[in-house]
Design a protein around this ligand. Structure first.
Ligand code: ADP
Length: 190
């Protein structure tokens, strides 16, 4: 199985690149942000409990996220592989992911980090806010909070994968196709 973590700050283009990666490699897309938004749209119990965290731009508690990802993995054990998008977002989640993959005889093949300067991120999110309908895209305070949480809690996840020698960085500024080309090149080395 090819199991990839797509890593990067909010607005880095993880969702856009994920859809190109799943097309090329036939992987199952596990986007925790998309899964939460689906739960919120369907007004499930999980959606209701996650909403207050998400709308404020805070992280949903680890145990909730980990349980949701575990269900998705278990449902798709016959897949070619998985792309994890927006997960793991804490070192604790990264540990939990390694453990759950191991119980199925699986492991992460590699991590791709999309690098985008903070000013570009903010501009992209402000642009997306016009059409996304996402409460967490709507004001600068929430956007800044998400970027701060990324820097404090998510950035250390990069070290976690560097230590395992499973980390590759890609410049996330450029056309969608040129960024994808750089990603595909890294994936071919996993
Ligand atoms: P973005 O990358 O633009 O921030 P996502 O769709 O990945 O958007 O995530 C939206 C929100 O969903 C996050 O701000 C957070 O509240 C919640 N979320 C998504 N993934 C996780 C996760 N792995 N751990 C905790 N919260 C998460």
């Amino acid at each position: 199985m090819l199991n990839i973590v797509l890593f990067g700050p909010p607005g880095a283009g993880k969702g856009t690149q994920s859809s190109k990666i799943i097309d090329k490699y036939s992987l199952i897309h596990i986007s925790t942000g998309d899964l939460f938004r689906k739960h919120m749209n369907e007004n499930t119990v999980l959606g209701q409990s996650a909403k207050r965290y998400i709308d404020a731009g805070n992280l949903v508690p680890d145990d909730v996220v980990i349980g949701m990802v575990e269900d998705k993995i278990r449902e798709n054990l016959d897949a070619n592989g998985f792309i994890f998008d927006g997960f793991p977002r804490t070192v604790n989640q990264a540990d939990a992911l390694d453990i759950m993959l191991k119980t199925h005889g699986l492991s992460i093949s590699g991590t791709i980090a999309l690098e985008v300067p903070e000013e570009n991120l903010k501009n992209r999110i402000r642009e997306r806010a016009k059409t996304s309908g996402r409460a967490d895209d709507q004001d600068d305070k929430k956007i800044n909070n998400r970027i701060a949480i990324y820097n404090n809690e998510t950035a250390p996840v990069a070290e976690y994968y560097k230590k395992q020698d499973k980390f590759a960085a890609v410049n996330g500024v450029g056309s969608i196709d040129s960024v994808f080309e750089s990603i595909a090149e890294k994936i071919s080395s996993f």
